[in-house]
Design a protein around this ligand. Structure first.
Ligand SMILES: Nc1ncnc2c1ncn2[C@@H]1O[C@H](COP(=O)(O)OP(=O)(O)O)[C@@H](O)[C@H]1O
Ligand SMILES: [Mg+2]
Length: 1028
């Protein structure tokens, strides 16, 4: 009820207790109707389940449904028969108290179906071992057998149970069903001999005839035609569309085997069934006062199937004569036709009735789990009572009287148990007991069953008293004895208005559920339920083992009159009440929605009738007399705590304080509720509904919050996961880095260590200690060398090699040099080559000999210092065909006085020419040139030595050139006088002609100075250069 209800579950109210207008029958029925239209067939009245027969298969009995109800609180799921079953089971398990489920309702209302559903629920959901499985099977299979023998098609129900059934299911300490026990009540035996129009006899007859094998039928002397049998044709309804007798026969046969019937037992059982049919066909004729059997053909089968042949005559006799015992003498009195047929019918009823009882006992034996009964007596029990509800017909007879009496007793039990539990609960909860206003039907029970004064006692008295006792005398006796009782009326005692609806042979009982008129006709006979002694005797002689168990001789020798039917019933009811009182009851009230067995039809009149006769309004009133709703604090708080900020999301204090806070916040008025020790009691449904509605509204915001919470949570989880992953990756990566670093350091340390060691051992022979170091030194030298190779041939730098590489370094240096030279050479053009050749010659001549040579090296030698424009054309002309190779301005010092004069020195192929302006002053053929002198200092003075004897020459020529290295090199080349150049230290002697000699003194000084010295020498001061 308090579960998360779906819209469908919310149709009407799930519990009538919550009906605002609980006294209104119309509101009650309207709620039933609303729910029925939505196929919601179950509704509660507190813990009572009201069930409306849907007359169609609903998808609510699947295994999934069973699972949904298993172990779940009663009110947390929508009402269901499984909820009742589960609740009882759990109470039995947890509280260790035996339970019973009382199912009542009109014929066709669904009682038997309900009990089957409960049984199936236990069979499926309870734990089971292999042994237990057999018991489960037997429990389930007992149903088709009992239904075949005890159910029949009636106008109201195609499968109407014609007996009351109380079934105990026994559970062991593990909660597994281990056994069962069935008690049957008041089988409608009269059906064996008579059926109303449109009704049938018990199913087994038709099943046998339709389904029995040919051999079997032949053996039983039966024909495959129900129309042949008097006992089957009264209702004129051998076939029913909803029943398949043939397939049912197979089910029953199988079930008999499962339950443990031997082949013999089955045969004997069927013999009895057949014999009843044969007995029915016994016809009487003859005079009215002296009946005789006219249908010998039929009776001949009787002994064959049921009795020993020897008693054939006896039977024959017994069916026509009554044996009387008068003053210890056996007298035979002939029966009239009517008496004879009723004797026959009595026999048939007795045989069938007792066989049915035997059958139930047999089933009980098979359901007794021997291991358990022998060793364990303390099993728990759930009882299932499937018994007829109030019956009110147009004509009500003894049977209805008994049935309705039974229902009064059940109501009594209900009141006692419900009110008692209600009272106990109030006491336990410390709530002031408020008397509950309800109708206590004990007064009616007493009216029926009280010793000496009750209706049953009066009936028994009439049955037993000698004289002309009849149904009418019984009625009169009733009027005399209980006439003043407020719940008893007869035609005679009634007021005028009631009289109109009552017959003179009727009495009316004002049952708790309503008024019922009973017709007294047949009461005495039915109560007596007589079977003539001689018929009993015959039966005792039977060889059929079942019959010998049903009719035993002790019964014959027992002179005491057997109890009447009503007294027996009363006793069995008393026993039943005892059984039920010792258990905790649950109630299922079944209602049938229409008389035509149609689904979806809600016949309001019919239902109102049942609501009344089932006492549902009374149920509700009792239940509502106190508080409409009660719930344990924790449950109440758990459900509604979200409605109050003080209790949401959790209440930490005492539960009762939490509930108080909650209800105060909800604005409950003091008269609306009471606080017990462990429960809150709410008086009116509307209070609860308001709270429920508030919860419904609150649920939306809660749902949003939950969603948000969940989303947040899931995102947080996601984020956490990502973060953890990132951290893990980071950690791994850091680890990797750290390991790399450590490895690096280790390597570095190793390297350093090896290095140091190698350094220490560096001068030793190559060995493991120093090989690394040595290799490294080599390597680093080579690497260094690679970067620092000389840039050009003149660059003489070269890294210092380690000792081991000295030789290799030298090789490399040479190779490098060669390579540079080679590549340099490759780049040389003819012009440059010429230049180089000249430079080479200059080098040969002057290198390390003359101070200003180094300065001349980087300066290129030019082809000439004077070109055509600077040379007088006359000179050119004078030279004639001689080609001028080089010209340079020079200073000539006179031989006398050493006067400096500007001249031009021209070199041709054959001679050196000294020119002045347009004049060729002197020509020196190279062949005559004796030598060339020059100082070792940085000056540019040089002397061309010519032979003194040559008259053409006026002596050696003293010249000075600013480009002395270039000039002399060119001259040496042209004149081929490379080896004729003298480089002198200090002074140079030269001839001045005519045998005279001049001397030039060279001294280093600060600057170039050429002058005649006092000693007559030419003094040349040459600037000092740093190069040497
Ligand atoms: N819960 C149910 N679901 C579907 N059909 C049902 C249900 N209860 C009863 N019936 C139908 O109603 C018929 C009569 O039910 P039954 O239990 O034999 O009634 P009762 O025992 O009260 O006389 C069943 O044969 C079945 O067809
Ligand atoms: Mg039934």
């Amino acid at each position: 009820m308090e579960s998360a209800l779906t819209a469908r579950d919310r149709v009407g109210v799930q519990d009538f207790v919550l009906l605002e207008n609980y006294t209104s029958e119309a509101a009650f029925i309207e709620n039933l109707r609303k729910r029925f239209k939505e196929n919601l067939i179950y509704t509660y009245i507190g813990s009572v389940l009201v069930s409306v027969n849907p007359y169609k298969d609903l998808e609510i009995y699947t295994k999934n449904h069973m699972e949904r109800y298993r172990g779940v609180n009663f009110y947390e799921v929508s009402p269901h028969i499984y909820a009742v079953a589960d609740n009882s089971y759990r109470s039995m398990r947890t509280e260790g108290k035996d339970q019973c489920i009382l199912i009542s309702g009109e014929s066709g209302a669904g009682k038997t179906e309900a009990s089957k559903k409960i049984l199936q629920y236990y069979a499926v959901t309870c734990p089971a071992s292999e042994q237990v499985q057999t018991v489960k099977d037997r429990l389930l299979q007992s149903n088709p057998v009992l239904e075949a023998f005890g159910n029949a098609k009636t106008l109201r129900n195609d499968n109407s149970s014609r007996f009351g059934k109380y079934m105990d299911i026994q559970f062991d300490f593990k909660g597994a069903p281990v056994g069962g026990h069935i008690i049957n009540y008041l089988l409608e035996k009269s059906r064996v001999v008579h059926q109303n129009h449109g009704e049938r006899n018990f199913h087994i007859f038709y099943q046998l005839i339709e389904g029995g094998e040919e051999d079997l039928l032949r053996h039983l002397g039966l024909e495959r035609n129900p129309q042949q049998y008097q006992y089957l044709i009264k209702g004129n309804c051998p076939k029913v569309s909803s029943i398949n007798d043939r397939s049912d026969w197979k089910v029953v046969r199988k079930a008999l085997t499962v339950i443990g019937f031997s082949e013999n037992e089955v045969e004997e059982l069927l013999n009895i069934i057949a014999s009843v049919l044969h007995l029915g066909n016994v016809q009487y004729g003859g005079e009215d006062s002296n009946a005789c059997i006219t249908s010998d053909i039929q009776i001949k089968y009787l002994p064959r199937v049921t009795l020993v042949l020897s008693v054939f005559a006896c039977l024959h006799l017994s069916l026509t004569f009554l044996s009387l015992c008068v003053f210890h003498h056996q007298l035979m009195s002939p029966l009239n036709l009517e008496q004879a047929s009723s004797a026959r019918d009595a026999l048939a009823k007795a045989v069938y009735g007792r066989t049915f009882t035997w059958l139930v006992n047999k089933i009980n034996t098979s359901l007794t789990y021997t291991v358990y009964t022998r060793t364990h007596t303390n099993y728990s029990v759930i009882g299932l009572l499937d018994i007829y509800g109030f019956e009110v017909f147009q004509h009500n007879s003894f049977e209805q009287f008994c049935i309705n009496y039974c229902n009064e007793k059940l109501q009594q039990l209900f009141i006692e148990l419900t009110l008692k539990s209600e009272q106990d609960e109030y006491e336990a909860e410390g709530i002031t007991w408020e008397p509950v206003q309800y109708f206590n039907n004990k007064i009616i029970c007493d009216l029926v069953e009280e010793k000496f004064k009750g209706i049953i006692s009066i009936l028994d008295e009439e049955c037993l008293r000698p004289g002309d006792a009849s149904d009418l005398t019984f009625l009169e006796k009733l009027e005399d004895t209980v006439g003043g009782h407020p719940h008893f009326v007869t035609h005679k005692l009634a007021d005028a208005k009631t009289r109109k609806v009552m017959g003179r042979d009727e009495f009316r009982l004002l049952h708790y559920a309503g008024e019922v008129n009973y017709n007294v006709n047949g009461f005495l006979d039915k109560n007596n339920d007589l079977l003539f002694r001689n018929l009993k005797e015959v039966m005792c002689m039977s060889e059929n083992k079942i019959l010998t168990q049903c009719f035993n001789r002790e019964e014959l020798s027992d002179k005491k009159r057997p109890d009447t039917a009503a007294t027996q019933f009363k006793a069995s009811l008393a026993k039943l009440m005892e059984i039920l009182m010792s258990k905790e009851p649950s109630y299922v009230r079944c209602i049938k929605p229409n008389d035509s067995k149609q689904s979806g039809r809600f016949d309001e009149v019919l239902i109102r009738h049942q609501v009344k006769y089932l006492g549902l309004m009374e149920n509700l009133r009792v239940r509502r007399a106190g508080f409409a709703y009660r719930r344990r604090y924790e449950v109440f708080l758990q459900r509604y705590k979200s409605l109050c900020p003080g209790t949401w999301p959790n209440w930490d204090g005492k539960l009762s304080d939490g509930v108080s806070t909650l209800v105060k916040h909800l604005g409950y008025k003091p008269e609306e509720y009471k606080m017990g020790r462990s429960k809150i009691f709410i008086r009116f449904p509307k209070t609860l509904f308001a709270t429920e509605d508030a919860l419904e509204t609150r649920k939306h915001s809660l749902a949003t919050k939950l969603q948000a919470g969940w989303k947040g949570y899931s995102q947080k989880c996601k984020y956490q996961k990502l973060r953890n992953s990132a951290i893990a990756v980071q950690a791994w990566w850091r680890g990797i880095l750290a390991r790399r670093r450590a490895q690096h350091r280790r390597q570095a340390a190793n390297t350093i260590r090896r290095f140091i060691k190698g350094f220490i051992y560096r001068h030793k022979e190559r060995c493991p200690e120093n090989e690394y170091f040595l290799d490294y030194v080599r390597y680093s030298f080579l690497m260094n060398l690679r970067k620092n190779l000389p840039k050009n041939v003149l660059d003489k730098s070269w890294p210092t090699p380690p000792a081991a590489l000295t030789e290799a370094s030298e090789h490399l240096r040479k190779m490098c040099m060669q390579n540079m030279v080679w590549s340099y050479c490759k780049k040389i053009n003819p012009e440059w080559k010429h230049q180089m050749e000249q430079k080479m010659i200059a080098s040969e001549i002057f290198k390390d000999k003359k101070d200003n040579y180094p300065q001349s090296v980087p300066k290129l030698f030019v082809s000439t210092r004077l070109d055509g424009e600077n040379i007088n054309p006359k000179v050119v002309q004078a030279l004639g065909s001689e080609k001028m190779k080089y010209a340079v301005p020079v200073t000539k010092y006179d031989r006398r006085g050493y006067k400096p004069r500007h001249r031009q020195l021209l070199l041709t192929a054959n001679s050196a020419v000294i020119a002045e302006e347009g004049k060729l002053k002197q020509r020196i053929d190279y062949g005559t040139l004796k030598g060339i002198s020059v100082s070792s200092l940085s000056d540019g003075v040089f002397v061309l030595h010519v032979p003194s004897e040559d008259n053409k020459q006026k002596g050696d020529v003293v010249l000075q050139s600013d480009h002395v290295i270039e000039t002399l090199t060119k001259l040496a080349i042209c004149a081929d006088k490379i080896n004729s150049i003298n480089i002198n230290q200090g002074s140079i002697k030269f001839t001045m002609g005519q045998g005279k000699e001049g001397i030039i003194d060279f001294t280093p000084g600060s600057e170039l100075l050429v002058a005649k010295a006092k000693n007559g020498h030419l003094s040349v001061t040459a600037p000092r250069l740093n190069s040497r």
